[in-house]
Design a protein around this ligand. Structure first.
Ligand SMILES: Cc1cc2nc3c(=O)[nH]c(=O)nc-3n(C[C@H](O)[C@H](O)[C@H](O)COP(=O)(O)OP(=O)(O)OC[C@H]3O[C@@H](n4cnc5c(N)ncnc54)[C@H](O)[C@@H]3O)c2cc1C
Length: 434
């Protein structure tokens, strides 16, 4: 069958002989494997929303290159309205996944859009070619609907030493050979979330390199199917028991270590070579930072709203909302949501054009504040959820199927009645996506 929808095109692209390893075995069919199937299905259903009449206009804009609708994460904003368009598109995907998926590509697409918007900012001889290369790559990604992730950190071997001081020079990612066509790279990067089922990986050092580490100071992008590139996955949390694991069955974003075994990267995909200062400048580029953090904060709201809603439903269903401390905890969850929403609104309200590039950016300080609060809020929110649900988490039967078995009628008697319809005739909850 010829692919027709964006989701079908995406699935076809995953059959590129990529080398994905899970528990020591090479995965031949990523979209069909139980560890990835639910998540790939989710990603492809999100891509299909780009063509659905209800969501198409909110998720896309018309590419000046192809004249076709493309994902709004590639929209370089030239006004507040564009920033709000990006916000709406991010919200639709993150609400559809309850904020559980951090690497639906809008983050790395936003980085790329930021670098594209400020591509002429990077001066100097060693950087020449960057503007043309990043513009070409951005246009290919945008018009090809490429999904991407990042792999930025060195493997955790000895954090007290720089890569050139480490015992084994091949452990950390470095350039081992180059010619007129490109470079060959060897070594590892951690962690690349979503790597097994995206199209592309952006690779560069997260931390500032010194001039002693030139061979380790390269910024490039590779297709996941590049020969010599190994994607080594962590243990899978996915389950094909959708009713019992409604979240991990659909949203288990696989995390992976990326190992390059003398993989070739053509020069057109090598954005910066042997230039730690240029990479550091791009890492801090105001457009890339603001556009990507904006997406992170939109998703954080979806995630906090979800936990607040579940905590509220459970507390209501088990009849504990009359306790003052329960009300206080539910209130705290709402305060979390409203605080992050307010910071996001302020960042958008204070948006202004970036002097050098003319691209409009949400104000960075409220976004950074929201991100920092988020890393405290979320563990606190899940802690509150556990506190309020208490022993009910253990009272839950091992499987929903038990409800239809011989003990079912007796077990049914001791289940609190949710305020929202829990199971429809098809056995699925009425909450979208669960
Ligand atoms: C679930 C998950 C998904 C991820 N996904 C991605 C991804 O998609 N792409 C990507 O590029 N990365 C990803 N990462 C990597 C992530 O960005 C890093 O794990 C994170 O930045 C922390 O760095 P590290 O793990 O190298 O910790 P380390 O730097 O090894 O730190 C270890 C400990 O030492 C402390 N420490 C280290 N240095 C200092 C210092 N100078 N001063 C004080 N304390 C210090 C740290 O606080 C920490 O407690 C992911 C990580 C996780 C856990």
């Amino acid at each position: 069958m010829n692919p027709t929808t964006p989701g079908q095109h995406y699935r076809t692209r995953l059959n590129d002989a990529r080398t994905v390893w899970l528990a020591g075995e090479r995965i031949a069919d990523v979209p069909g494997h139980p560890a990835f199937k639910g998540t790939v299905d989710t990603v492809s259903s999100l891509l299909d929303l780009q063509e659905k009449p209800d969501t198409r206009d909110d998720l896309t804009f018309v590419s000046p290159g192809s004249g076709k609708p493309v994902n709004a994460a590639f929209l370089a904003p030239f006004g507040k309205e564009d920033i709000l368009r990006r916000h709406t598109a991010f919200r639709i995907w993150s609400d559809a996944t309850f904020g559980m998926m951090s690497r639906l590509s809008e983050y790395s697409r936003s980085l790329l859009t930021g670098w594209y918007a400020s591509r002429h900012r990077l001066g100097g001889d060693a950087r020449k070619g960057f503007a043309d290369k990043i513009a070409r790559y951005y246009e290919q990604s945008r018009d090809g609907d490429w999904l991407s992730t990042t792999a930025l950190h060195d493997p955790q071997i000895d954090r007290s030493k720089g890569p050139s001081e480490a015992g084994d020079p091949d452990a950390y990612l470095r350039v081992v050979k180059q010619n007129r066509e490109g470079i060959w790279v060897r070594g590892a990067k951690m962690i690349a979330t979503a790597a097994p089922y995206v199209d592309e990986i952006f690779v560069f050092p997260f931390h500032r390199r010194s001039s002693a580490d030139l061979a380790y100071s390269t910024m490039f992008a590779v297709p996941v199917g590049t020969p010599g590139l190994h994607v080594v996955c962590r243990e899978s949390f996915a389950s094909d028991r959708h009713e019992d694991y409604p979240l991990s069955a659909k949203y288990d974003e696989m995390d992976a270590v990326i190992i390059f075994d003398d993989a070739f990267v053509p020069w057109e995909r090598v954005f910066i070579h042997d230039d730690p200062d240029a990479i550091w400048q791009l890492r801090q580029d105001p457009a890339a930072v603001a556009l990507s953090q904006h997406q992170t904060v939109v998703r954080l709201i979806s995630k906090l709203k979800f936990v607040a809603a579940v905590a509220n439903e459970i507390s209501t269903a088990i009849g504990v909302t009359h306790h003052l401390h329960v009300q206080e905890k539910l209130g705290e969850l709402l305060v979390q949501v409203e605080t992050i929403k307010a910071l996001l609104a302020v960042s958008e309200e204070l948006a202004e054009p970036d002097g050098e590039t003319g691209v409009w950016l949400p104000a960075i300080d409220p976004l950074t504040t929201a991100r920092n609060l988020g890393s405290r809020y979320y563990p606190r929110a899940t802690g509150i959820l556990r506190h309020l649900a208490a022993g009910g988490l253990m009272q839950t039967p091992a499987t929903v199927a038990e409800l239809d078995g011989p003990i079912g009628p007796l077990v049914q008697n001791i289940i609190a009645v949710p305020t929202f319809p829990h199971r429809s005739a098809s056995g699925c909850s009425s909450w979208p996506g669960i």
